[in-house]
Design a binder for this molecule. Structure first.
Ligand code: ZN
Length: 254
């Protein structure tokens, strides 16, 4: 895969959470800042809050994969890098069910985390509601801690909501190497062991290309066009490789 683990670097940050080793490659911070600059983060403090929200959210997501892998008796480790995060593990035995559960546990951990955050917001006396919205049909709203104007805490909660819910749902789309793409592959392989891999790759190419066009034309988002366009392209390249009997598609969980 084009997005495997990066080699060790001088700027790597190492720590452990719940016994699971975590490595943060310096490009993780670079990409988080660049993504923040494309949003509405005009003030430096807004940018710092955004980077914190990205760091916490991706860590929660990867820990969801890693802890689930460990519950199957496998040794996991987490890498945060320029393409987001990776949870890798040494599998002793793999079956489709466990791979689906591990893949779903990433977005699942994000949804649980944001439910906990909103429960804390609610418990601190600030109304939380689900109302009709634009980007998605419905969205979670809350009364600002800062009153009329959003303060830094409100910005943090808003960023966490956006990353964990919006990107959690995007991650479940059937596009490689997103978690949804991995889940789709397992399901296609279950129903058709011979053709399942090809079918799931074609689904990935078409969904990725469709979302790239939608992102470019409807949302006018260059980022979304490049993000899904690149995935559609790599899916197509994998399809070519797979048709020629190339290497398999195991590997770390994005
Ligand atoms: Zn994931």
């Amino acid at each position: 895969m084009l997005i495997g683990e990066p080699p060790p670097s001088q700027g790597d940050l190492h720590f452990r959470i719940l016994g699971i080793p975590v490595r943060v490659h310096p490009f993780f911070w670079v990409v988080a800042v660049l993504l923040g600059l494309t949003g509405n983060n005009e003030r430096p403090v807004q940018l710092i809050i955004w980077v914190i929200a990205v760091f916490v959210s991706i860590l929660v997501h990867e820990m969801g994969h890693a802890l689930t892998a460990r519950s199957y008796g496998w040794q996991p480790w987490v890498t945060l890098y320029g393409f987001g995060g990776l949870a890798s593990y040494h599998p002793t035995q793999q079956d489709a069910r466990s791979r689906i559960v591990i893949a779903a546990a990433g977005p699942g951990a994000g949804f649980l985390f944001i439910a906990l955050v909103m429960a804390i917001v609610h418990a601190s006396g600030h109304a939380v509601s689900i109302e009709r919205a634009n980007l998605l049909p419905y969205w979670v709203f809350f009364d600002y801690f800062g009153g009329q104007e959003a303060n830094n805490l409100d910005l943090l909660v808003s960023d966490l909501l956006y990353i964990n819910i919006f990107w959690g749902l995007v991650n479940l789309l059937p596009v490689y190497p997103l978690d949804g793409g991995q889940i789709a592959r397992e399901m296609f392989l279950q129903s058709n062991p011979q053709e399942g891999m090809k079918q799931s790759l074609w689904l990935s190419v078409l969904t990725g290309a469709g979302l790239a066009i939608f992102g470019a034309l409807t949302l006018q988002s260059l980022f979304m066009a490049l993000f899904f366009g690149y995935m559609a392209y790599t899916s197509y390249a994998m399809l070519q490789m797979y048709s020629r009997g190339g290497p398999g598609m195991g590997g770390p969980q994005w």
